[in-house]
Design a protein around this ligand. Sequence first.
Ligand SMILES: Cc1ncc(COP(=O)(O)O)c(C=O)c1O
Length: 420
Amino acid sequence: MSVTMSNSRFRASSQPRGELPGLTQRIARHLEQYGKGHSVQGRQPEPGCVVLSSNDYLSLAADPRIVAAQVASLISKSTEVLMSAVFLGEASSQRRFERELAQFLGADDAVLTQSGYAANDGLLQVLADAITPIYVDIFAHASIWQGAQSAGVKARPFRHNEVDHLAGLIAQHGPGIVAVDAVYSTSGDIAPLAELASLCEATGCILLVDESHSIGVFGAHGEGLVAALGLTDKVAYRTFSLSKAFVGRAGAILGSARVLDFLRYQSRPAIFSSAVLEHDIARFQATLDVIRGADDRRFLLQANARRLREGLAELGYDVSVSETQIVPLVAGPEPRTVALRQALEQRGVIGAVFCTPATPKNKSLVRLSVTSGTTDEELDRVLAVCAEIRDQVRPEEWPTARRAARRAASATPQHSPALA
Ligand SMILES: Cc1ncc(COP(=O)(O)O)c(C=O)c1O
């Protein structure tokens, strides 16, 4: 039924159902750019492909010890309620796991959240009020920016890994919260955590480190970079997603028990979204046990990552930004990145495209991430494919190659922390 009103504001139009005009325009712009397929959507992995797009860094997804623990919990007669975590008691499996996680990571206490996104969002919402300066590395994860927004704060960005720039901002705007990723999820480089911790200590700032890509991966038992670098006492809060090395759906916040007790009843995701499921906690518990003893896997992971980085560098791909298992091929403008992705996929190598809003415009990339289970044959194949497509994809013209040339000209030493 069409409605006719004299006021043209209310005239029924050919507006698509469920859309106001602003949304229609935004969808039109999206379709103009991605109508033929979004850049991130490529070939789905099939048997025989080399899949370098997984965050299952220690190859634990199908580990029989972990799967068995989850199944046993699923078929057991649970007495735990399915509700928001505010209703959980101290004896709940979530609280037990949180205490064990805190102990493992050398933290005062821990809170399990529904995702890594909810961890950063909920934590910053509680830590800050509208006048708290929040300083965020420009490449920090979107959930950190969201957390500042949830606190009603416009985050103050500082240049990527540039501690001097951050120091200048703190001198200007006063002490507040400094938020960084330990390992950056698109570039695979590492935050200068020791320098950041010293600066925060000297200026009265609170340091928050997102360890999503370093928990399980670094440290003698997989405790992450903060612990591996001996900074546990200097980093007030750590967060991480359990969707990487823990291969599940949850997040965690580590920090002061006093603040976290407050957070359990104040953070909006903690109050208004249901708690992590019991069988997932059983899975995480078993995964934690495996991660603690997974030195062999950590060793393989580091060796695989090194081999990929060095092999690519020998072929003329500048991946020197990466210090970890995340190795980006930064082709730059999206059409170039899509062409690169297709060239790799046609030869059975599956990476993941990251483009705006996950990267700056014209710095889009194909992210290759190795796991401990990536085999030598697979790495040989990836490197052979990269050799084969080199003349087609022209890595010497990518932004990373230009940056490397500038760096070589100014001969600035690269940050390179001691890793366990
Ligand atoms: C650094 C970082 N923080 C937070 C998140 C969000 O984690 P989740 O996927 O559990 O919401 C991610 C992953 O996507 C991430 O890479």
